[in-house]
Design a protein around this ligand. Structure first.
Ligand code: SF4
Ligand code: ZN
Ligand code: ZN
Length: 304
């Protein structure tokens, strides 16, 4: 076994092509792929103010590092990091330290927003009062807070650390729940261009697998510990993730096959399920499809 490009000792085998790469050629491959995604899908334009959603985990630190590298020569593009502190003891408090360290190192301003301040309670405390699934609550609050804070910071697009595995899980989850309409909102760039109430999301790590992101973060020394949220395995996503990983192990290339076939039908889905009228939540004023947004519904149900 040797690197395909130089015959050095490999650090990784790319599962969809069975190609082995050494450290140098893997780092090159990874960076090239991220920059190509940004250009191919027109994720960033001159004059943009880009937000980077950081959590301090491997995906977001890899994203932060590569975004700062991509924008090194593009001085007209502004970068701000946004961190949502859910209030998960023994997890988020640790990753926040890494996020602060890297924002300082890369000279990127960091803005922190917490559930405690914005919703009224930490996630740990909210979960003591309900039997509802942690990720269903947390995901809604997180989306709400990211959109609201990014808009208030006048951010044009918010980059998230979603990788190929995350996207494939979402595609499969939507199929299993018969929610194909929600898949129409996926892709490397999402959101409604014409509606200023929504900050568009961009996913520069879209074509890199979890294993590749982990390897990159490790080789670059971005993080030494791979912390997992203690609630991540309780979720439907956790089950789907295990199932897809098992499939990939038996049949390498399955993840890429799911993603590529989705990308072929994505334009049709987006056309068929065009976003309808967007209203404003009667409670908080955030954009939503009904009268009251999901965040306010959860707050009413659980916290009042
Ligand atoms: S795994 Fe679930 S509970 Fe943990 S941070 Fe993510 S969405 Fe929140
Ligand atoms: Zn090599
Ligand atoms: Zn609301």
């Amino acid at each position: 076994m040797a690197c395909k490009s130089c015959k050095e000792k490999p650090v990784i085998r790319l599962s969809n092509s069975n190609v082995d790469l050494c450290k140098k050629h893997f780092l090159e491959y990874f960076q090239k792929k991220v920059f190509k995604t940004i250009r191919q899908y027109n994720l960033i334009n001159e004059g943009d103010h880009i937000g980077v959603a950081v959590s301090g985990g491997k995906d977001s630190l890899t994203l932060l590092y590569l975004m700062s590298l991509f924008l090194e020569k593009r001085r007209k593009i502004k970068l701000t990091a946004i961190l949502v502190d859910e209030g998960i003891e023994g997890y988020r408090d640790l990753t926040i330290k890494d996020a602060k360290k890297w924002c300082k190192e890369l000279n990127i301003p960091l803005k922190i927003f917490s559930y405690k301040k914005e919703i009224g309670k930490k996630l740990d405390d909210i979960l003591k009062e309900t039997k509802e699934k942690s990720c269903s609550i947390c995901g809604v609050f997180r989306r709400y807070l990211l959109n609201k804070s990014a808009r208030e910071l006048k951010i044009d697009k918010l980059a998230t650390g979603h990788n190929l595995d995350d996207e494939v899980q979402s595609i499969v989850m939507n199929q299993l729940k018969n929610q194909i309409k929600i898949s129409a909102r996926l892709g490397p760039i999402t959101g409604v261009k014409e509606d200023k109430r929504f900050v568009r999301r961009i996913k520069p790590l879209y074509f890199l697998t979890e294993k590749e992101v982990m390897t990159y973060a490790y080789l670059k020394g971005l993080t030494s510990k791979f912390n997992e949220c203690p609630h991540s395995n309780d979720s439907f996503r956790g089950y789907v993730m295990d199932w897809i990983n098992h499939l990939e192990e038996k049949f390498p290339g399955s993840k890429h096959a799911i993603l590529n076939s989705f990308l072929e039908i994505m334009p049709l889905l987006k056309k068929d399920f065009e976003v309808g009228e967007i209203k404003e939540c009667k409670e908080c004023g955030e954009p939503c499809s009904g009268d009251i947004c999901q965040k306010c519904n959860i707050v009413k149900r659980i916290l009042k």
